[in-house]
Each structure stands twice: as C-alpha cells, then as structure tokens.
Design a protein around this ligand. Sequence first.
Ligand code: GDP
Length: 315
Amino acid sequence: MQDVSSLVEQAREGRPRAVARLISLVEGASPQLREVMAALAPFTGRAYVVGITGSPGVGKSTSTSALVSAYRRTGKRVGVLAVDPSSPFSGGALLGDRVRMAEHASDPGVYIRSMATRGHLGGLAWAAPQAIRVLDAAGCDVVLVETVGVGQSEVDIASQADTSVVLLAPGMGDGIQAAKAGILEIGDVYVVNKADRDGADATARELNHMLGLGEAREPGDWRPPIVKTVAARGEGVDEVVAALEKHRAWMDEHGVLADRRVARAAHEIETIAVTALRARMLDVRGDHRVAALAARVVEGELSPYQAADDVLSRL
Ligand code: GDP
C-alpha cells in the first residue's frame, strides 16, 4: 500500500510512474480508489475528452498518434487511453507498446496507457471514467480515448467523451457496419481515413447520405463534419483538430458541454452504485437464506419479486 496523498501529489506533477500506479489502482478496483478519487476530485474537469471509435483496421491507432503529434505542436499535454473491452485486464502491456505510439514514448508531455476491461465487475463503464479522471488531474489538456473493436461497448465509451470521433475507411463496408453498431448516432466528427485509397469520396458521400446531412436542421444545431485524412502521412489531421475545437466551442456556446458532463457524472454514479449493489448481492447469494428463498420460489410459495424484495431489504 502506498501513501495515497503522496501518489496523488506526484501524479498532479505529471510524474508518469505515479499516474501509472493510480491507473493500476483503477484497473485493480483497489479499495484505495475511494481515497484516490476524493483527493483527485478538485483537480478534475479541465481536460477535453475525445473518444475515437471505428472498426479494427480503419486506422484508429495511427490517427490517435497523429492527433497526439498535432496537439503536441500546439503545446498541449495529451493523455491517451486505449481501451479494449474484449480482452481481460492486461496491466497496461497489451496496447501500450503499439508501434504507432512509440514515437511519443519519450515525450514527457504525453501519457499513454492501455486498459483491457473484460471480466471486470461493472466493466468498462466503471473503470474508464476513473482512468480519465486520473489523466485529467495529472494535467492533460486533452485525453484521447481510443477503443478497440466495434459494438455496444464502443458506443458506451463514446458516451464518456466530450466529443466523439467516428473513423471509417473506404472499401470496408464500413457504412453498413457503422449503422449496425449504432455509431452513426454518436459521431460529432466523422473521419474518412485512408483517403489515399480509391473509394474515399464514395465512402464520404455514403456517410453524408446516411447521416442525413443534406437535410435541413434547426439553426444552431451541430452538423457533424466529415473530414478526409491520410493518417499514415499526417494529412488532414490538423483539419480534424480544427473540427474538434469547433465542436468544443459550439458545445460551450450552447451549454452542451456542461449538460454532457452532468449526464456522464450521473451515469458514473449509477454505475458505481449498481456495481456496489451487485457486489453485495454476490455476498448475499452465498447466504443460505437466499437458497431458502430460491427453494420457496421453486415450490411456488413466493414469487421471485417477493423473494427479491426480501433480499433487497437485507442489503
Ligand atoms: P486500428 O486497428 O483502427 O487502430 O488501425 P491502425 O492504426 O493499426 O491501422 C491499420 C493499418 O492501416 C496499418 O497498417 C496502418 O499503417 C494503415 N493505415 C493507417 N492510416 C492509413 C492511411 O491513411 N492510408 C493507408 N493507406 N493506410 C493507413
């Protein structure tokens, strides 16, 4: 056990080892987290959190790295959280050494961390926001949350971000996949990467059509831009940053950022509470009284609702 206040102090100074240690406490669902999060709370809420989602192979890792470079050129401190909802906890090794990120490894203004969260009680919904808080309190101006894989978990992660970037690439049947995964609802900024390949324009057009961007909107509504990039060569990446900044300014102007953050905090509270409740349920499940209730449900003496009320009253 390490002294939490000194760890927090060191993390606030941006010391990588302390930041790493704190995120490991998150991954390990350490009982010390309560104290850590309480100590960090006054220093959070400053970072701009950007979610980056898209099917495997579209260029998320390459784009994230290029975005890091772009933000570094403007002197911003950047945190990268690469989240893999499909693998078990990795202790930060799985994605941390990804080749594309290697160029930033020695930059003290960049903090890169991966988290794999399958099998975690309460899963990612619970862990990722806490890791974001750590990076935020450690002084990152921007936190890029890159997710691996497509699906509901990815959509959930997008809901943790201030701005969500959805990445597509030509010729991957991405449009259809994106629609299936529901990511067409979550994008604030769309990027068609691999614009050096045939079909990028067609993908952008298809996307434009699917998003209904041609249709009239209320004045003041956000119109998600579609930016074409060649992330591998850093082309178009400054335009992505410009689109992000524009979205951020729009959110500020319309009170959307504050609303999103409140909604996120509400979700976070709920997730922590439900996770705590479930943990207590698991304790109770081993209780012979639950076994007795279950037997009575089987016998038809009690409805499962009555039995559940009985269990809840004991939590
Ligand atoms: P991820 O799985 O979404 O993180 O995708 P990666 O960033 O690992 O990229 C997948 C592959 O696409 C790698 O081989 C990259 O070098 C390549 N790639 C990334 N961006 C571009 C691009 O703009 N053009 C081309 N032609 N290839 C790219």
